[in-house]
Ligand binder design. Structure first.
Ligand code: KG4
Ligand code: ZN
Length: 335
């Protein structure tokens, strides 16, 4: 499994984080993330126009900071990588435009990366994970079980039929008055809560590797209406986290069994959830599966994961032209 040998600058701007990273082979020399959480907090969610404007302001300072922190100069770079799909179109355009300008000026290759491929590659440890393996991608926009046949070769085997797991955390947190984004807030509130206190639905039943989280949001709304001010927010947060984590663990293990996988990886923003990480690790130990999840800094959106995905593709000789376009929707690449 080869990686591109010369330093790569990677840029990520698909949603509400502007990020730039410099990598050399598997070494992440810098990974700077400028978050727009404070900007979108007052609206309780990401406002696309505001996100695009904030990316315009942040992109050059973030790139400069990533270069400085890596000890590299522009002239050291051997390629420019950028998330070009899927995501908010205005937000993606900012990163893609900056990447094209740098690639043109420095006369180095340009490569566009699918955001989900970036998340999947955040768990890549060259030479250490057997292929094929199963990857659970859980973020604000995605809940997918993916068979990873090798770098660049993926097949989605299970997915959510409605809301993503991160969306379920975020929507429930808003209903419980815990603010935005909700995942971390729920995790912290759940620390002192009783996960058995409130009974919440688990979505689809039976031997499926698909998910459904929209019923959970409705159930939390009903619970808030029924309990009124006497609701125990810590118990509600713990019960919600338990409902999401137990389904994710159960389906991920089922997918591993169905695919005969020897290893499972856990990636995406929701992979930062400590209860999920611990439960999946323990379940994999019990089942004799290898388990790997990246450090927290590589779980939520960041450019280093885009650089890792790019490194595999660049090493195989893949390049994009200056006609590279941002795309709001796009399927995960499969070879
Ligand atoms: O991957 P990501 O940064 O952005 C997308 O690609 O969507 O994921 C963001 C999601 C949000 O829904 C956020 O609430 C969730 O990840 N998240 C968490 C935690 N930290 C972030 N969910 C549960 N527990 C956490 N500790
Ligand atoms: Zn993401």
């Amino acid at each position: 499994m080869n990686l591109f040998p010369t330093p790569i600058l990677a840029i990520e701007s698909s949603c509400d984080e502007t990020s730039a990273s410099v990598l050399r082979g598997p070494d992440i020399l810098s990974n700077i993330v400028s978050s727009q959480v404070a900007l979108h907090e007052k609206w309780g969610g990401v406002v696309p126009e505001a996100a695009a404007r904030a990316h315009v302001e942040a992109v050059l300072p973030v790139i400069e900071e990533a270069l400085e922190a890596s000890g590299m100069k522009l002239s050291d770079l051997g390629a420019i990588a950028v998330t070009n799909r899927p995501g908010l179109i205005g937000a993606l355009s900012v990163g893609v435009t900056a990447a094209k300008a740098l690639s043109f000026a420095l006369e180095v290759p340009l490569i566009g990366i699918h955001h989900l491929e970036g998340h999947i590659c955040s768990a890549a440890i060259p030479g250490e994970l057997p292929f094929p393996h199963t990857c659970l991608v859980v973020s604000g926009g995605h809940t997918e079980l993916v068979r990873v046949d090798g770098p660049g070769s993926y097949e989605i085997v299970g997915q959510t039929r409605d809301d993503a797991a991160g969306e379920a955390f975020d929507k429930a947190a808003r209903l419980l008055g815990l603010g935005y984004p909700g995942g971390y807030a729920i995790q912290q509130a759940a620390l002192s809560g009783d996960p058995k206190r409130y009974s919440l639905p688990r979505g689809l039943s039976g031997d499926t590797v698909d998910f459904s989280f929209s019923g959970l949001k409705t159930a939390v709304l009903r619970l808030v209406e029924k309990e009124g001010p006497s609701i125990d927010v810590a118990d509600a947060a713990a019960s919600l986290q338990e409902a999401i984590v137990s389904v994710l663990v159960e389906r991920a293990l089922l997918a591993c069994r169905q695919l005969n996988s020897e290893a499972l990886t856990l990636v995406g923003g929701v992979a930062a959830n400590v209860a999920l990480r611990e439960r999946l690790r323990a379940a994999c130990d019990r089942e004799g599966l290898l388990f790997h999840t990246p450090p927290l800094s590589l779980c939520t959106d960041n450019a280093a994961m885009i650089g890792l995905a790019a490194s595999f593709r660049l090493a195989r000789g893949e390049r994009d032209g200056f006609d590279l376009e941002p795309m709001a929707n796009s399927p995960l690449p499969s070879r």
